[in-house]
Design a protein around this ligand. Structure first.
Ligand code: CFM
Ligand code: HCA
Length: 534
């Protein structure tokens, strides 16, 4: 790995090489210590990053999967269009009276004249038009780069329209694309506004036992449907998913749940913390990617509620569902054992999906996040030591206090301590680095050049990333699996999802087609000879 790192850095000017060196880490054995990586910093100009923008993280990722809020992009049409369902977030609007606006793309379609003379009037008209057509419970407004540059006051327009419409909750997000260094800033902005304007609006107690929220699950390719199927079978009530298959009312009722199960902590840990401070709902980390992780996460939830009825049901579901999945893995394993993978995905999948590869006997030789922070690499314990730079200071940190009437600690200090004692960790997660084998390479904010170089030097059996990487990697003759949109596949979460994933990876790494990818002149060097005129 040291040679590979060296070879990658050679190409860069010295200053760039010095910066990138801190984001390319060789996972070495340190005595009781995880090596430190630089993360969540600006991409070096000129580098073709895999990252997206702050608007994408706010509008596309967090708010995109909510079916009955009208999400209006204030900006040029491309921003709205390219964040419209490309993530393959699914929703179920089959219930009586359920609305689904996800099939529409709402945008103010800003033109040159709006940039010059201001777009507030146009935004106001767009909100009115959406209201007249649909009468939604909520309308959200998202700022794109030009909106911040020209200074349209989207919050003032939202407040004015909320007042005028009366029965529609209108609020806005200052999530201009350039606002932070990546999508990650957009998650934080989205979390703040949802918490401020929506969570806690509905105090009605929903029926059901063992009430949880599932935070950081976005129902990509139907993952959330599979997790909900398992919850239902166990008798666990899911009050709100943030934000896969979610509705306005789910967010509004989230404070009535008794536990927050946090799956993608990178995108949503802010909401988990705020729900705990304001309403007294504790949180634990879960992961439903991988059959074993699914079983472990269910047991974690059962341990929290500490009720033999639930524990028995959870054990019965695991006993019924896990063995057939492991049998399936065992069938595939002889064809996948010992093969290698590289995973470069946004903020948590590059870590979570290593579980599924492990179940296939495959080794992740290199992995990294596009935009995660040091805690996602090294573990949550590094949080107190993280330095706040100018870019992170630019993102609002909202002050939350215990609610005067509704703060209700779900467990006493003693109960929490006893659960901790028994091995249930609250507010805690491990990072990717300690979970990976020694000698593997962890690379933050990988770019196009480095991706190709890594494939050339390490020749993995499969490369996982997103749409921008898909075809350049395939052209190198390596199977490429999108771990964002899942290409056209999924679900991959839970028990049934794991089986889908095993079959998909088996198909990809054992396909002969990649061997035929050599161009004729690579197979027959004489064909590359230059033609010379007589
Ligand atoms: Fe969380 Fe996500 Fe991810 Fe993410 Fe994303 Fe995504 Fe992702 Mo694409 S919320 S951090 S901002 S798990 S959209 S569903 S696949 S980069 S690894
Ligand atoms: C985003 C969304 C994205 C992009 C995926 C990709 C997703 O970050 O704006 O690059 O293929 O999952 O759809 O992460």
């Amino acid at each position: 790995p040291a040679v590979i790192k060296e070879k990658i850095l050679q190409k860069y000017p010295p200053k760039v090489a010095r910066k990138r060196a801190k984001q390319i880490l060789i996972n070495e054995a340190l005595e009781n210590e995880t090596p430190e990586i630089t993360a969540n910093v600006r991409t070096i100009p000129g580098i073709i990053t895999m990252r997206g923008c702050t608007y994408a993280g706010c509008k596309g990722v967090i708010m995109g999967p909510t079916r009955d809020i009208v999400n209006i992009t204030h900006g040029p049409i491309g921003c709205g269009f390219y964040s419209w369902l490309t993530r393959r977030n699914q929703t179920d609007a089959s219930a009586d009276g359920a609305e689904n606006y996800m099939t529409y793309c709402f945008s103010t379609d800003m033109q040159d004249k709006d940039i010059i003379f201001g777009g507030e009037k146009k935004l106001e008209a767009a909100i009115q038009e959406a209201y007249d057509l649909f009468h939604p419970k909520g309308i959200c407004i998202f700022a794109t780069c030009p909106v911040g540059l020209i200074g349209d006051d989207i919050h003032a327009v939202a407040a004015k329209m909320k007042e005028r419409l009366g029965d529609c909750n209108v609020f806005a997000f200052s999530c201009e694309g350039y606002k932070g260094v990546s999508q990650s800033a957009g998650h934080h902005i989205a979390n703040n506004q949802v918490f401020r304007h929506l969570v806690g609006l509905n105090d009605e107690q929903k029926p059901g036992e063992y009430k949880i929220n599932l935070l950081g699950e976005y129902n990509i390719g139907g993952d959330g449907f599979e997790i909900d199927r398992i919850f239902k079978k166990c008798g666990i009530t899911n009050i709100a998913t943030f934000s896969g298959n979610s509705s306005y009312d789910q967010f509004a009722s989230a404070h009535t749940a008794d536990l927050n199960a946090v799956m993608c902590h990178r995108s949503i840990n802010y909401v988990a913390d705020m729900l705990e401070v304001k309403y007294g709902v504790p949180w634990v980390k879960v992961n439903f990617i991988g059959a074993q992780s699914t079983a472990k996460s269910l047991r974690k939830i059962a341990r929290y509620f500490d009720d033999p009825v639930l524990t028995e049901r959870v054990e019965a579901v695991i006993a019924e569902e896990l063995p057939p999945v492991m049998e399936e893995a065992a069938k595939v394993r002889p064809r996948t054992e010992g093969k290698t993978a590289m995973l470069f995905v946004g903020g948590s999948r590059a870590h979570h999906y290593q579980e599924l590869f492990k179940e296939l006997g495959m080794k992740t030789v290199s992995a990294g996040y596009e935009f995660a922070h040091r805690d996602d690499y090294e573990g949550r314990h590094v949080l107190p030591g993280l330095k706040v730079d100018a870019d992170s200071r630019n993102i609002e940190e909202i002050e939350v206090n215990p609610d005067e009437t509704r703060f209700n600690p779900r467990k006493s200090e003693e109960e929490l301590a006893a659960l901790e004692e028994s091995g249930l960790a609250f507010k805690e997660y491990d990072g990717m680095i300690p979970d990976m084998e020694k000698g593997t390479m962890v690379i933050d904010d990988l770019n196009q050049y480095e991706a190709e170089k890594m494939v050339e030097l390490l020749k993995p059996d499969i490369f996982c990333a997103g749409i921008k990487e898909k075809f350049s990697i395939q052209k190198l003759g390596i199977p490429m699996k999108q771990l964002h949109s899942y290409d056209s596949g999924g679900p991959y979460a839970g028990f049934k999802g794991a089986v889908n994933f095993y079959h998909e990876i088996d198909r990809l790494v054992n396909s002969k087609v990649w061997g035929y990818l050599k161009a004729p002149w690579q197979e027959n060097p004489e064909l590359s000879a230059t033609y010379v005129w007589e």
